[in-house]
Design a protein. Structure first.
Length: 71
């Protein structure tokens, strides 16, 4: 396995983790009632989300360039 492929996989993995961590409970304490239970509304932190998308795209392009230019 090429070092660029490994770097692309690491970028993809870290981007996925960053996107997953960008969704959290609303810091304002907003919630909704469902069957008598309070359920907190989700909030997406856009800076983390955008960085995660950027890392995913970078990892994909790095792997794509590795495959194209490996010949």
């Amino acid at each position: 396995m090429n070092i660029l492929e490994i770097a692309g996989l690491l970028l993809n993995f870290s981007g996925t983790i960053l996107i997953a961590l960008s969704v959290q409970a609303n810091p304002g304490g907003a919630n909704q009632m469902v069957n008598g239970k309070k359920i907190p509304l989700a909030s997406i932190f856009l800076n983390r989300f955008r960085w995660g998308i950027f890392l995913l795209g970078s990892g994909f392009l790095l792997q794509l360039f590795t495959i194209i230019f490996s010949n």
